[in-house]
Design a protein around this ligand. Sequence first.
Ligand code: GLU
Length: 298
Amino acid sequence: MAGRFAPSPTSDLHVGNLRTALLAWVFARRSGLGFLVRIEDLDQQRVAAAPEVAARQLQDLAAIGLDWRPPVTRQSQRLEHYRQAIASLETYECFCTRREIAEAAQAPNGATLPQGAYPGTCADLTEDERARRRRDRPGALRVRAGGVSMSVQDRFAGTVTGVVDDFVVARGDGTPAYNLAVVVDDGLQSVSQVVRGDDLLSSSPRQAWLAQQLGFAVPEYVHVGLAVNPARERLAKRDGVVSLADLAAAGHDARQVRGWLLASLGIDPELDNDELLALPERSWTSATRAWVVDPDRW
Ligand code: GLU
């Protein structure tokens, strides 16, 4: 059983990612679990520089005092696992564009779906229609979930219920989708605790449903607050000095940054790892709060 941190190597980790990683490490260790790191590098277009970025991400995690159980896994080396999982699901090809999906707000049975949910447009195409539409563009694969309701338990948010639409499990170019890969990996790696940013809270009912379909235990979810810029938008590289490398160039070392991460959680910035793990559970409740970061004022 394990917890994990699963960065996408699209750019260096920023202080918000590092804070989530620190919390994932703390919660895993507090629960007596192993801690894994998984590089989510399936999006080959966005992760062109992946090897160097991933190596820097690992260095940065170590620099703020985290350790993990080897090996570090890379999704790009696990394609066969995803292929097998997809083959075991009931799926159908979908040729809809994003725009078509946005415009079709109703499910075929007349029910109004939550915003962004797939209305099932391609669910019942005939073989002839599929063959015709494949000539225009390759189809993505969607799993047939049919809009069931699914509830998960989050340590902080409590019971979270969502509608599971027919979501994409493989893109038109054959790349396994994030929701599929994350569930397969968490399942095969016996991940029993998922700590991550609360932007993914609404994805957890889908992922829990998929875990059940694939015969995996549903993990405990622990969604934590994101770092945001002064405009309260999710912190990003374009906000300026936000990665350890940027901060080092501005004269702040990793130890100091670790102290800021702890202070943002209301925790004494001087505590070492053993002291962190000895804190009572209630010390961590502010993990759910967003952290407002102003990179111009470090
Ligand atoms: N790779 C995802 C991200 O960087 C994390 C997914 C997850 O933790 O489930 O946002």
